[in-house]
Design a protein around this ligand. Structure first.
Ligand code: GLN
Length: 202
């Protein structure tokens, strides 16, 4: 089975470990470089991206992680994790560092006050387009959205109703997957399964 790390500096680490384990992966928290070296893929959880950015420096993980991502480490970022993986962030703090592994521009806290936290059903390419699959329930918690995508980036899901209709909320570029929303809180592990398959076939 594949060994997948969950970056465990901050955020909802346990939920991702449980979801990955439910998919049959070996799931381990990652706080140090030696732990990062030992995984085949990495989940960057939701939380708070400017805090996570600072902690990557404190734990001396920023440079090793950038290097592993450049070498093709499969990665999945949810919410703050999407922000961390992106190449350009709108509305963040000027000193916040990110990992530049996904050629997208994301807007932090994009959904604004009215819809700061909301849920909706989504079609998700590669999951809900298989026969008999129900929609993916997406939970957004002060979530970012993707404002621009580079040429190698595949859009996997957009919001299809409400004030945010049309907004891009799931993308993939090669070995890197990102969602604005939190699949780890719904008990539906299909997005994690999708990532485990990415890691297994990378
Ligand atoms: N708003 C948070 C940030 O900017 C992300 C929220 C989340 O991960 N649920 O990092």
């Amino acid at each position: 089975s594949v060994r997948i790390g969950v970056l465990a500096l901050q955020g909802d680490v346990r939920e991702h470990v449980a979801a990955l384990a439910a998919c049959g992966a070996e799931a381990v928290p990652v706080r140090r470089e030696s732990e990062l070296d030992a995984v085949d893929g990495l989940v960057i959880p939701g939380g708070e991206s400017t805090a996570m950015s600072r902690l990557l420096g404190v734990f001396e993980l920023y440079d090793p992680l950038v290097k592993r991502l450049r070498d093709g480490l499969p990665a999945y970022g949810s919410c703050a994790g999407m922000i961390m993986l992106a190449s350009k962030i709108l509305d963040t703090r000027p000193d916040a560092r990110h990992l530049d592994a996904l050629d997208v521009t994301v807007r932090r806290n994009a959904f604004g006050r009215q819809v700061e936290s909301f849920e909706t059903d989504l079609s998700f390419a590669g999951i809900t387009d298989r026969p008999g699959e129900r929609p993916v329930r997406a939970v957004f918690i002060r979530a970012p959205w993707v404002e621009e995508t580079g040429p190698g980036v595949q859009v996997l899901a957009t919001v299809d109703r409400g004030p945010a209709a049309g907004r891009v909320v799931a993308v993939r570029q090669g070995n890197v997957l990102a969602t604005s929303f939190h699949p780890e809180v719904t008990g539906d592990v299909r997005v994690h399964e999708f990532f485990v398959d990415m890691v297994a076939t990378a």
